[in-house]
Write a protein of this length. Structure first.
Length: 140
């Protein structure tokens, strides 16, 4: 399994292009990220909730590599951090380009989640608060 890269609105894994955020299972299966599990608590998918952490985690996982977008906008809630720590799963949260490099080099039993550059960032405006660039979002 290889993540080849990402660009505005998509991520390419094993020569297949996905136009949504993804989760890569231990088996290598690629599924769509269930952002609603976090959005219902925080009003944004930029914060990973405990519910989403439970959906993502698989028994036997040693490492969870999260691509937090091109500009690093995603972070874990304290409850999600505690959940992964309780499960003994090391979390690496990095910008998506760096997370791709780490994921491709890692030999650990790992799961990955990558955030494709969303259209809200592609046009330069945050859809939550209309800040010029999402890192300045007042709702994150």
């Amino acid at each position: 399994m290889e993540i080849e890269g990402t660009k505005f609105g998509s991520i390419t894994i094993d020569r297949k292009i996905y136009e949504h955020d993804v989760v890569i299972r231990l088996s290598g299966e690629v599924i769509k990220r269930k952002k609603k599990l976090s959005k219902k608590y925080y009003g944004t998918s930029h914060v990973l909730s405990k519910d989403e952490a439970k959906f993502v985690f698989e028994k036997g996982c040693e490492q969870f590599i999260i691509g937090s977008g091109q500009m690093g906008n995603v972070h874990l809630s304290p409850e999600a951090e505690a959940y992964f720590a309780k499960k003994g799963c090391k979390v690496l949260l990095q910008s998506t380009p760096e997370a791709i490099r780490v994921f491709n080099k890692s030999h650990a039993k790992k799961i990955g989640s990558a955030r494709a550059m969303t259209r809200e960032l592609a046009d330069g405006l945050c859809r939550h608060c209309n800040a010029r660039f999402a890192p300045y979002c007042r709702k994150i």
